[in-house]
Design a protein around this ligand. Structure first.
Ligand code: UD1
Ligand code: MG
Length: 441
C-alpha cells in the first residue's frame, strides 16, 4: 500500500519568541521539521506534503534541502488542524493509499510506531496514535468504547468526566487519503476555540459507520516543542537516546553524558569515545577508532583504527583513511589524509592531500588562503615534513621528499628531495655571556 505523509508546520510558535518559524529550530543539528520528516521517511512514503504558513519560504527551503520530493502547500490563515489537513488533502487529490498526519514540532515519533499504525489501518478506517499521559493537561482526550475509538474531545470542550480520561491524542492520525479528505471537509469550527479541529473527524467517521481505533505509544515519543525550555528538554531526550543507541551498537562511551551526537552521526563498533567529544553534523566514524577527549568533529569521516585527539578539530571535508593519527591542537579541513599518515601536534591542514605514511611535524601549516582564493597542497607518500614548515599553496611535494624544520615551502619539491628554506645559523662567540653581564649590572 502506498503512503503519503502530511506534516503540519504552519504554526508560528509564539512561545519560542523567535523570528525563525518554530519547526526550523534545531535538535541535534537538524530542524524539528526534519526530525518529523525522518521518522515518516522510514515508511518510504510516495508523497510528503508539508503544510506551511508562518515563514513558509524558509520552511519550504529546509524541507526541500532534506528531500527533493517534499511538496509544500500554503495555509495562509491558521484556522485549525482540520483546516490544515484539508489544504494537504487537496494536494493529494486522487492519491490511492494511506495518509499519515504528523506534526512538524513533534520530533520523536518512532518508525516502529508508525508501522504499527499502518498495520492497524488494514483493520480499521481511522487510526489515532494515543498515549497515557502522566499529566493529561490540555491534550485532547480519546473516548473509547471497548477497543473502538468513539471520539476525541478537546480539553476546552470536555466535560469533567471526559477530562478525567488519561488516554490522550498525540495528533498523529492515519486514514486512507480519500477518506481523510472527505472527513476533514465535513469538519466545522463550531466549538470552544472556534477552530477547525482535525480531531472531529473521529466522531464524523463513526457517525458514517466507519471504524476507528487507537495505537498506543510511550509518552516520550509524543513530546512536542513549544518553547526554548522544551527545545532544551528535547535535546536532552535526543542525546540520552543517541548515547544509549551508540552503546547498544558496541561503542564505548567513557563518560556518556559528556558526549554530544548529531541526528546523523554514525559510529562503528569497538570505537572508543573519551569524555567531552562533540559530533556536529555529517560525521561517520568506522570501527576500532579512538576519539580522544575534547575533540570536535564535523562533516568528516574517520576510518577504521584512526586515533583522533585529544583536543583535535576535524572540519567539513576531512577524510581520514585507515590508521591515521591526528593529535592535540590539530585542525583539518577539506583534506584527504591517506592510510597511516600522522599529524600529531599543533598543525593546520586545509585544502590538502597527504599521502600514505607521511609524517607531518609539529606546527606545520598549509597556507591555503591568499586573502581572496583558497589553494591546494599535495603531499606525496612517505614524506617527512619537518616541524614548523609553512606550505604556501598551491604547492606539491613529491613522494619520499623532506622539508627541513622551519622551512617556508613556496615552490614544488621533487620526489626524494629535501627542501631547506630558512636563514643559515651563525654562532657569535661569547656574545650571549657578554650581553647577560651587561644587562644584569
Ligand atoms: C492538538 C490536538 C490535540 C492533541 C495535541 C497534541 C487538535 C484540534 N488538537 O492540539 O487533540 O492532544 O495536538 O499535541 O488537533 N497547525 C497548523 N495549522 C493550523 C493549526 C495547527 O499547521 O491551522 C499545526 C501547528 O503548527 C502544530 C500542530 O498543527 O504543529 C498542532 O497544532 P496545535 O495548535 O499545537 O494543536 P493543539 O492545540 O496542541
Ligand atoms: Mg500543541
Amino acid at each position: 500500500m502506498s503512503v503519503a505523509l502530511i506534516i503540519l508546520a504552519a504554526g508560528k510558535g509564539t512561545r519560542m519568541k523567535s523570528d525563525l518559524p518554530k519547526v526550523l529550530h534545531s535538535i541535534a543539528g537538524a530542524p524539528l521539521l526534519i526530525h518529523a520528516m525522518k521518522s515518516g521517511a522510514s515508511l518510504e512514503p510516495d508523497r510528503t506534503v508539508i503544510v506551511a504558513g508562518h515563514g513558509a519560504q524558509a520552511v519550504e527551503a529546509a524541507a526541500k534541502d532534506w528531500s527533493d520530493d517534499a511538496e509544500v502547500v500554503l495555509q495562509t490563515e491558521q484556522l485549525g488542524t482540520g483546516h490544515a489537513v484539508a489544504q494537504a488533502a487537496a494536494a493529494l487529490d486522487g492519491f490511492e493509499g494511506d495518509a499519515i498526519v504528523l506534526y512538524g514540532d513533534t520530533p520523536f515519533i518512532q518508525p516502529e510506531t508508525l508501522e504499527a499504525m499502518l498495520a492497524a489501518r488494514t483493520e480499521h478506517d481511522v487510526v489515532v496514535l494515543g498515549f497515557n499521559a502522566a499529566d493529561p493537561g490540555k491534550y485532547g482526550r480519546l473516548i473509547m468504547n471497548g477497543g473502538a475509538l468513539e471520539k476525541i474531545v478537546e480539553f476546552k470542550d470536555a466535560s469533567g468526566e471526559e477530562r478525567a480520561v488519561t488516554l490522550c491524542n498525540s495528533g498523529v492520525i492515519c486514514a486512507k487519503s480519500d477518506v481523510l479528505s472527505e472527513l476533514v471537509s465535513a469538519v466545522s469550527d463550531d466549538n470552544a476555540a472556534g477552530e477547525y479541529y482535525l480531531t472531529d473527524i473521529i466522531g464524523i467517521a463513526r457517525s458514517k459507520g466507519l471504524s476507528a481505533t487507537v495505537v498506543e505509544c510511550a509518552e516520550a515519543e509524543t513530546m512536542g516543542i513549544n518553547s526554548r525550555a522544551e527545545l532544551a528538554d528535547g535535546e536532552v531526550a535526543f542525546q540520552a537516546r543517541a548515547r544509549r543507541a551508540a552503546m547498544d551498537n558496541g561503542v564505548t562511551l567513557q563518560a556518556p553524558d559528556t558526549v554530544y551526537f548529531s541526528h546523523d552521526t554514525y559510529i562503528g563498533s569497538d570505537t572508543i569515545i573519551e569524555p567531552n567529544v562533540v559530533f556536529a553534523v555529517g560525521v561517520t566514524v568506522e570501527n576500532n577508532a579512538t576519539i580522544r577527549a575534547f575533540s570536535h568533529l564535523e562533516g568528516c569521516h574517520v576510518s577504521r583504527g584512526g586515533v583522533i585527539g585529544p583536543y583535535a578539530r576535524l572540519r567539513p571535508g576531512a577524510e581520514l583513511a585507515e590508521d591515521v593519527k591526528v593529535g592535540n591542537f590539530v585542525e583539518i579541513k577539506n583534506a584527504v589524509i591517506d592510510t597511516g599518515a600522522k599529524v600529531n601536534h599543533l598543525s593546520y591542514i586545509g585544502d590538502a592531500h597527504v599521502g600514505a605514511r607521511t609524517n607531518i611535524g609539529a606546527g606545520t601549516i598549509t597556507c591555503n588562503y591568499d586573502g581572496v582564493f583558497k589553494h591546494h597542497t599535495t603531499i606525496g607518500e612517505d614524506v617527512f615534513i619537518g616541524s614548523n614548515t609553512m606550505l604556501v599553496a598551491p604547492v606539491k611535494l613529491g613522494r619520499e621528499s623532506m622539508t627541513a624544520t622551519g622551512t617556508i615551502v613556496t615552490h614544488d619539491v621533487p620526489d626524494g628531495d629535501l627542501a631547506v628554506g630558512r636563514v643559515r645559523q651563525e654562532n657569535k662567540t661569547g656574545f650571549a655571556r657578554r650581553m647577560f653581564e651587561k644587562l644584569k649590572n
